[in-house]
Design a protein around this ligand. Structure first.
Ligand SMILES: [Zn+2]
Ligand SMILES: [Zn+2]
Length: 147
């Protein structure tokens, strides 16, 4: 399954004329298989063993290229570092306020908000953004263990 997604992503790269370097390939592969919405630093740490000459700046650079052709989405929440993901289907994020973990969830019926907003305000809506915050299961367990 993820092999197929990787191949599709690589086809998109080729079509957009972006050179497929081994590092770019590895960043894409890592993002496609990662559920954690990693930061550039996470990606760097995961790949530095494989690419000893790679720097965090190179990772950023690759992420920027991938973002520009629409293969990667950059998530910014408050003042913490940007997170990256390759899952480009519409979904929402729930964010743990203790450990910063981000988890995907889907709620398609929220699209109604867009048509409602259009009706009420006369705007032409392009998209909406919503985040849910809370404490993840792991952090809840840590909390109860402490008490
Ligand atoms: Zn947590
Ligand atoms: Zn996501």
């Amino acid at each position: 399954m993820s092999e197929k997604r990787l191949q599709k992503a690589i086809d998109t790269l080729k079509e957009s004329g972006v050179r497929i370097t081994p590092q770019r390939h590895a960043v894409l592969d890592y993002l496609l298989n990662s559920m954690i919405h990693p930061t550039a630093d996470d990606i760097y740490k995961a790949l530095e063993g494989k690419f000893p000459n790679m720097s965090v700046a190179t990772v950023y650079n690759n992420l920027r290229v991938l973002r520009e052709i629409g293969l990667v989405r950059e998530l910014t929440y408050g003042d913490s570092s940007s997170r990256f993901e390759c899952n480009l289907t519409e979904h929402y994020h729930i964010i743990c306020q203790s450990c910063g973990k981000i988890v995907d969830f889907h709620y398609p019926s929220l699209d109604e908000v867009e048509s409602l907003a259009e009706k009420v305000t006369g705007f032409e809506v392009s998209h909406h953004r919503m985040e849910v915050y809370g404490t993840c299961e792991e952090c809840q367990q840590h909390e109860t263990q402490k008490h």
